[in-house]
Design a protein around this ligand. Structure first.
Ligand SMILES: Cc1cc2nc3c(=O)[nH]c(=O)nc-3n(C[C@H](O)[C@H](O)[C@H](O)COP(=O)(O)OP(=O)(O)OC[C@H]3O[C@@H](n4cnc5c(N)ncnc54)[C@H](O)[C@@H]3O)c2cc1C
Length: 395
């Protein structure tokens, strides 16, 4: 049987993980990435057990852990005004006991580089901006901004929230602006206040805003991501910037320790958070979507990258098991992934409101329920999931 020609559009974490899991399953692919070089801008990521177990199977975990931080305290919610702890979870012991893996915080660039290292260099085409795809009887024809074209038996759109492949398969649509923006900054550990050096994933909740911080890069850096109302001029981009004064002003009046941390930060990145409703269907014949292209989600459950990697693992498994019927393999992949990712989109969306309640009765109810809550157990459906246990397709 001739080898399947698999084209992956997008070389973010979803596209690279797809190439990595396909290779592990014995399938080759070509990744087309619009950027001239691969890279991630400075920002951290919480890698929960559901992501960690897949990275272990890919054989990249040990290398990543040399540059990660094993989180001892997770989902540590604090009140904006005085830092009082509303809820905290001992991740070191409970995570491993419940889910067989710990939670780590990592630099996005480190995650990307260990996954990329498993992908053959000749599988990557850089500077290849896909501008369209047409599905025909003999496969799919991808066209590129430089006028080139290529034919593939399978097309995987891993091209993020503004996906060209999604528009080609499902008709043009735009993501909607959430009204929120995210500031991102890194603080060298030597300049950070002591409380931010703890191996803790800490979230400060306040009116209209919340701020998350944790150490990354073997503890050398503190990652900050902070959410605030966005003005009309905020753009969605990994590399858009804001001034330090704009960032600090959003957290004026918050706990002095937090303001000390912000003061130590360099110039932040800032971008708009975009939203899309879950899709009822995202595959079309031999073409499908993956990661942010299929199910962009607010980052409030720290699951966007994890879901892209889960997609990649499930997709590789389905294609390897059913290589002679790729369209059926893609249907099986989508049916395994759709409800789970839609649920994460929905709960992540709802948390925007909850995290940003103004002080008052609703906030007090939220804080009281946080203190009685066990986020690790409540999130068992997220962390306990094994994306490689893909059910058969019942047609
Ligand atoms: C503030 C914030 C915090 C987050 N924190 C976490 C976290 O803690 N844990 C977690 O798991 N997730 C987190 N996420 C989510 C996660 O970062 C995204 O869900 C993830 O990046 C999606 O990966 P992707 O590969 O699908 O898309 P992307 O990372 O967007 O990559 C898409 C790639 O496709 C390329 N591309 C686009 N169009 C084309 C084209 N036409 N032709 C060729 N190439 C193209 C792009 O250049 C890019 O390289 C966070 C997100 C945000 C915004």
């Amino acid at each position: 049987m001739p080898e399947l020609r698999i084209a992956v559009v997008g070389g973010g974490i979803g596209g690279l993980a797809t190439a990595a899991f396909l290779k592990r399953a014995g399938l080759a692919c070509t990744v087309y990435e619009q950027a001239a070089e691969l890279g991630e801008v400075g920002a951290g990521l919480v890698a929960g057990p559901n992501l960690v177990r897949l990275l272990r199977r890919l054989g990249v975990l040990d290398e990543l852990l040399a540059r990660a931080v094993a989180v001892d305290v997770g989902w540590e919610f604090r009140r904006w005004a005085d830092g009082s702890v509303l809820s905290a979870e001992n991740l070191a012991e409970a995570c491993e006991r419940l889910y067989g893996e710990r939670t780590y915080t990592v630099h996005r660039a480190d995650l990307l580089s260990v996954v990329q290292a498993t992908v053959p260099a000749d599988a990557l085409r850089l500077g290849a901006k896909c501008v369209g795809v047409e599905i025909g009887a003999d496969g799919a024809v991808l066209s590129f901004a430089d006028g080139a074209a290529t034919t593939a038996d399978v097309v995987i759109g891993a091209d993020g929230v503004h996906s060209t492949i999604r528009n080609a398969l499902l008709g043009p649509s735009s993501a909607t602006f959430s009204g929120l923006c995210a500031f991102r900054a890194l603080v060298p550990a030597a300049a950070a206040p002591a409380f931010a050096l703890r191996k803790a994933h800490t979230l400060w909740l306040g009116p209209g805003h919340h701020l998350v911080h944790y150490p990354i890069s073997a503890g050398k850096l503190i990652n900050i991501v902070a959410f605030a109302p966005a003005g009309a001029d905020v753009v969605e981009s990994w590399s858009a910037t804001a001034t330090h004064a704009e960032f600090a002003a959003e957290f004026d009046g918050w706990d002095p320790r937090l303001r000390e941390l912000i003061a130590a930060a360099g110039a932040p990145g800032r971008w708009a958070l975009l939203d899309r409703a879950p899709l009822a269907q995202w595959s079309h014949g031999p073409a499908t979507l993956l990661g942010g292209a299929a199910h962009p989600m607010f980052p409030f459950f720290a699951q966007g990258a994890a879901q892209a990697v889960e997609d990649a693992a499930a997709l590789a498994l389905c294609l390897a098991a059913d290589a002679t019927e790729p369209a059926r393999a893609l249907r099986r992949y989508e049916s395994a992934r759709r409800d789970r990712t839609a649920r994460l989109q929905t709960v992540s969306h709802e948390r925007a409101h909850l995290n940003h309640l103004p002080d008052g009765p609703a906030q007090q109810v939220r804080d009281a329920s946080l203190s009685g809550q066990d986020p690790l157990a409540a999130n068992a459906w997220i962390y306990g999931h094994d994306a490689e246990l893909v059910p058969p397709l019942w047609t």
